[in-house]
Design a protein around this ligand. Structure first.
Ligand SMILES: Cc1cc2nc3c(=O)[nH]c(=O)nc-3n(C[C@H](O)[C@H](O)[C@H](O)COP(=O)(O)OP(=O)(O)OC[C@H]3O[C@@H](n4cnc5c(N)ncnc54)[C@H](O)[C@@H]3O)c2cc1C
Length: 489
């Protein structure tokens, strides 16, 4: 770990321009590295990291949740504090309007501090929320967490202009329990715009980006006669010399770096998007200054794990389900089965539907918590499978491959790394340079294997034996997109 000393003139190649790759490129440039190239097989200058324009990486999205609420994981709580300072500074830069990224205007924000509500269908707070309150208090930030059942906290939310976020599903008016905690530091990060902002910043600092389905696509490492990695080869046949190669390919990393077997696997989360018409009163009802981001029964297995957002600036509302994570095991050249991302934009075979189980959970939730959508004739406009890179312990992986110091991975986002886009790379570059290696997160993100007898947080690599492997899953039809209908299991 830490590896050999790099000179600022040394060539560094980053494969993948998602949150990990972009942020690493940006922080390398900020620290004075002058020869940084980022390769990506996707043409982000055309799609602008917009899913609807064909971008299918995890980072290419309309929005992501940002929160400091992390239960007992105080290291991530602290990381959120640092990230929020950066997000706030990025908002200020955009507002100032100096050298704006393409497609951004001074009215844009990449971080919307409209609160994140963690709530449940139970009558008591879940242990995760109780832990969050305790640890935020211990950090002197107790007043940032507001309990929905507590009248004083409701009054405090009103005073801070966040009253709407304490009962966004209008539970009290419907005489239903409303049990949750509002993380007032949280809200929405506007993912596609944030990626474009980071890309533009990195380019301005001299980072070279090659976005092309062949010229930007990693094919293999380039070895010298002794078998040492001295760069990468792309699918177009070009060679890029490198003293350091950073593999940051999101859900594609485990197949490109098979050494990650047992440590990381790519799994799919389910997403629905509902288009609210411009003339509907629901645009106002679900606007970001009237509706928070939210997480429902996040740690309750397959029957929970939903999260959602206010409408975006195109009137689209997104809801995600991570309670069941699906895999697509495919036989690899080395004879092993590994899960491989497949989306509606994958060349060749595509997936345009969702597993029925996911749709059933979405509809149950919408029926109970957002009935006004169906009442106003709004159906699901678009669905998506979005590919996580899970590690067995839900921590990221930022380290050299074992036994050498040229190839490093920066991956394992596990569904919670986007909020750290502005600072992920700072940590990656620290690890590359061997700076403060005794920090808790640096150690957690090191190369590792599951200790014998320990239960993993995420069970990985069950192949086709998993009930959630694609071949064991039944799929929705277009008719299931209507909110009135319920898919049969
Ligand atoms: C459904 C879902 C919801 C999420 N919600 C949240 C949230 O609310 N908050 C939060 O903080 N995080 C969230 N996350 C997690 C977050 O999105 C990820 O941790 C983060 O975006 C991962 O970034 P990445 O750079 O690792 O991967 P990606 O964004 O997937 O980027 C990988 C890049 O590698 C490129 N690539 C792949 N193969 C090659 C190749 N051979 N050659 C060249 N390039 C290649 C791809 O084109 C892609 O651009 C969510 C994730 C998912 C899936």
């Amino acid at each position: 770990m830490g590896g050999r000393q790099l000179k600022h003139s040394d060539a560094i190649v980053i494969v993948g321009a998602g949150a990990f790759g972009l942020s690493t490129a940006l922080h390398l440039a900020l620290r004075g590295y002058r020869n940084v190239t980022v390769l990506d097989k996707h043409e982000y200058d055309n799609s602008g990291y917009d899913y609807r324009s064909g971008a299918d990486s995890a980072s290419s999205d309309m929005n992501k949740i940002i929160r400091s609420a992390y239960g007992s994981q105080v290291e991530y709580q602290d990381l959120s504090k640092e990230a929020i300072e950066w997000w706030t500074a990025w908002n200020r830069e955009i507002k100032a309007g100096k050298d704006l990224a393409p497609g951004l205007s001074t009215n844009d924000r990449v971080y919307i501090n409209n609160g994140t509500l963690c709530f449940t269908d139970q009558l008591e707070l879940a242990p995760f929320e109780v832990e969050t309150i305790r640890n935020m208090k211990a950090a002197g930030l107790g007043e940032t967490q507001l309990v929905t059942m507590n009248p004083e906290d409701n009054a405090s939310a009103q005073r801070r202009g966040l009253g709407y976020a304490m009962d966004p599903f209008r539970r009290r008016a419907r005489n239903k329990p409303n049990v949750g905690v509002l993380d007032t530091t949280g809200g929405v990060v506007v993912a596609d715009k944030a990626c474009r902002f980071a890309l533009h910043k990195a380019r301005r600092l001299g980072v070279k980006f090659i976005f092309h389905p062949q010229a930007g696509a990693f094919e293999s490492y380039w070895h010298d006669e002794q078998g040492n990695v001295v760069g990468v080869k792309t699918q177009s046949g070009e060679k890029h010399p490198a003293k350091k190669v950073v593999m940051a390919c999101g859900g594609w990393t485990p197949t490109l770096v098979p050494e990650l077997d047992g440590l990381c696997e790519t799994t799919a989360g389910s997403v629905i998007m509902l288009q609210i018409p411009p003339n509907s009163h629901l645009r106002e009802r679900f606007a970001p200054d009237k509706f928070p981001s939210w997480m429902w029964k996040l740690w309750d297995g397959a029957e929970g794990g939903l999260y959602g957002f206010p409408v975006d600036d195109r009137g689209m509302m997104k809801i995600g389900y991570r309670g069941t994570k699906y895999t697509n095991p495919q036989l690899q050249q080395d004879g092993k089965l590994r899960s491989v991302p497949i989306t509606r934009y994958t060349p060749g075979d595509k997936v345009t539907q969702l597993p029925r189980k996911s749709m059933q959970i979405f509809k149950h939730f919408l029926n109970e918590y957002l009935p006004e959508l169906a009442e106003n004739g709004i159906d699901i406009e678009l669905t998506r499978l979005c590919w996580y890179t899970d590690s067995f312990d839900n921590h990221y992986v930022v380290d050299d491959l074992p036994g050498q110091n040229t190839v490093m991975v920066a991956t394992g986002g596990c569904g919670h790394a986007f909020k750290y886009l502005p600072i992920l790379g700072k940590w990656v570059v620290d690890i590359m340079e061997g700076v403060e290696m005794d920090r808790t997160l640096v150690k957690k993100w090191a190369w590792r294997s599951l200790p014998e007898g320990e239960k993993p947080f995420n069970v990985l690599m069950q192949g086709n034996d998993s009930p959630n492997a694609f071949k064991n899953v039944s799929w929705t039809k277009d008719s299931d997109l209507k909110l009135g209908s319920q898919p049969k299991l």
